[in-house]
Design a protein around this ligand. Structure first.
Ligand SMILES: O=P(O)(O)O[C@H]1O[C@H](CO)[C@@H](O)[C@H]1O
Ligand SMILES: O=c1cc[nH]c(=O)[nH]1
Length: 234
């Protein structure tokens, strides 16, 4: 079996999946963290890698950028590969003033401006992660000596939004950071009765001239990936 967007054979993708947006980050995660890592799909250049972590099968499959893209990969993984848990390991821009570059946020909810949010007619649907994964990720961070930043994030359909009023209102409502996939991932997981969570490393600040380079964005995954693996295995 393969799907329109994944060419892995049945059984070649593990039930536990790490999902960065960037295909090159998927490769780096597999190389850095997995034993016996092998490439199992690369349709459209979206790489998926499978290996083991301390004996447990685990995969890293990229999502591409944006909510339509992650919706495709998450749906195919849950529906056709029987994936149980997906943790997005992404990057995000800081909305909250006190977040610093490199800090990891854990998305306990995801607001969005996407049309994909219209899941239930007449309802402003709440995009929420798996409580079990959330609790396990927080525990993993604390075990590593870090008090993690946990809170709502904004999954935007636009990277170049230039919407200061929107960001100010989101800040006033306690939103930590902006990225482009978490809400859709949470919605697709709920639709399939499976689990999902988003961890994101802060790579730039919306209200300050601070940002990582493209290389730094590709390689800034270690801390969040360690917590994500611990949560997937919990
Ligand atoms: O680094 P990733 O995981 O791709 O995440 C963020 O980076 C991309 C934008 O540059 C969007 O996908 C956004 O969500
Ligand atoms: O979507 C994103 C990701 C990183 N930084 C941003 O400002 N937006």
């Amino acid at each position: 079996m393969s799907t329109p967007h994944l060419s892995a054979a049945p059984g070649e993708i593990a039930p536990l999946v790490l999902m960065p947006g960037d295909p090159r980050r998927a490769r780096r995660i597999a190389t850095a963290f997995f034993d016996e890592a092998r490439l199992v799909t690369e349709v459209r250049g979206i790489e998926g890698w499978t290996g083991t972590y301390r004996g447990t099968p685990i995969s890293a499959v990229a999502s591409g950028m944006g909510q339509p893209s992650i919706s495709i990969y998450a749906t195919e993984l849950y529906r056709f590969y029987d994936v149980q848990r997906i943790i997005r390991v992404g990057t995000a821009g800081a909305i909250a003033d006190d977040l610093t570059l490199g800090e990891v946020v854990i998305g306990s909810a995801a607001h969005t401006d996407s049309a994909l949010a219209n899941r239930v007619p007449g309802v402003h649907y709440s995009h929420a992660p798996s409580f079990e994964l959330l609790a396990a990720a927080v525990q993993a961070a604390r075990a590593a000596g870090v008090t993690p930043r946990v809170g709502p994030i904004f999954s935007s359909d636009a990277f170049y939004g230039n919407r200061p009023d929107t960001m100010a209102a989101l800040l006033a409502h306690g939103t930590l950071a902006v990225e482009m996939e978490a809400a859709a991932l949470y919605g697709v997981a709920a639709e399939h009765g499976r689990e999902a969570l988003t961890l994101a490393t802060i790579t730039d600040h919306l209200s300050r001239e601070e940002k990582m380079t493209a290389d730094e964005r590709e390689t800034c995954f270690e801390q969040m990936t360690g917590w994500a693996i611990a949560a997937l295995l919990a």
